[in-house]
Ligand binder design. Structure first.
Ligand SMILES: *Cc1c(COP(=O)(O)O)cnc(C)c1O
Length: 287
């Protein structure tokens, strides 16, 4: 796997160094953290002779988009269970083009996606499918994410920032932190107390801070401020951020630097987890 070089000395302001790990460059289709979460899942499904991989997501899901492409690339069928009424958009068009079978279910049904009865019924309907939880959030997903920092010398960083959805990526990162390092999880949605509780059962919060101030109204929500930020960021650094996750994280980091949150001399590595495919449906508002 090729990871492009990080942007060295991306920003040096107020004696803070901020570098960006460009997981968005890992692969043109299976971009960002999704490849790391899927690789061991796909490998497991294939080596255990499953006929297909099945997973869940919203209509703009980066996870399903990556799964559909990975399925095609590695020769295993894919099934996407999609939240809400049937729609069409560039994300889902790609999924179909790559051979994913799409199944739309109501939002209320979708809420049960992790419950054992629901999974049992689904497994009956798709007996030879390997079921991957939403966002690739299982142990195999975490295992893949433990390799994210392997390709670079991450030991020089004090603070590692990542945007969180299911926490799978964050869990992988936190498990590989060195004693002098600290992780910051930027939460792009409201109602984070539950998430904080769930997370505190899994990882020791000692070297982790969850930042929940930059949700911009909730998951997938945005305002002019964040849209302007994406446009400016692209102008200044020639790097596209996605609207759901990485833009909110970078906005947050910039804001925290401005307000002297970080100690002088801090070296920050922010992880660009990809997801820019989702911007296509909103392109007319952006560039
Ligand atoms: C899915 C996704 C995340 C969240 O990753 P989790 O492992 O689910 O926490 C972050 N950033 C982007 C761009 C994503 O697509």
């Amino acid at each position: 796997m090729i990871i492009s070089p990080i942007q060295e000395a991306f920003i040096v302001a107020k004696n803070i160094q901020l570098d960006l790990l460009r997981l968005d460059m890992v692969h043109p289709q299976i971009s960002g953290n999704k490849w790391f979460k899927l690789k061991y899942n796909i490998e497991f499904a294939i080596s255990n002779q499953f006929e297909s991989v099945l997973s869940f997501g919203g209509a703009y899901s980066n996870h399903l988009h990556a799964l559909a492409f990975a399925g095609k690339k590695f020769g295993i069928n894919s099934i996407g269970i999609i939240r809400g009424e049937e729609v069409s958009n560039p994300t889902l068009e790609d999924c179909k083009k790559w051979g994913m079978q799409l199944k739309f279910i109501s939002r209320s049904e979708y809420k049960q996606k992790s419950e054992s009865d629901f999974i049992r019924d689904l497994q009956k309907k798709f007996p030879s499918s390997f079921i991957i939880p939403e966002g690739g959030g299982n142990a195999l997903g975490v295992k893949g994410c433990q390799e994210i920092l392997d390709e670079i010398d991450s030991s020089i960083y004090d603070s590692i920032a990542v945007s969180v959805g299911t926490n799978t990526t964050l869990e992988g990162i936190v498990s590989k932190l060195l004693p002098h390092q600290h992780a910051m999880g930027f939460i792009p949605m409201k109602g984070v107390e539950q998430m904080k509780n769930d997370l505190s059962k899994k990882i020791t919060p000692k070297n982790l801070t969850l930042i929940s101030d930059y949700h911009f109204g909730g998951f997938g929500k945005y305002n002019q401020e964040v849209l302007d930020f994406i446009v400016e960021f692209k102008e200044n650094y020639q790097i596209e951020l996605d609207l759901v996750y990485t833009s909110k994280m970078m906005f947050g980091i910039f804001d925290l630097i401005k307000s002297d949150y970080y100690k002088k001399g801090t070296r920050i590595l922010a992880i660009h987890t990809g997801g820019v495919q989702g911007n296509r449906s909103l392109k007319e508002h952006l560039f």
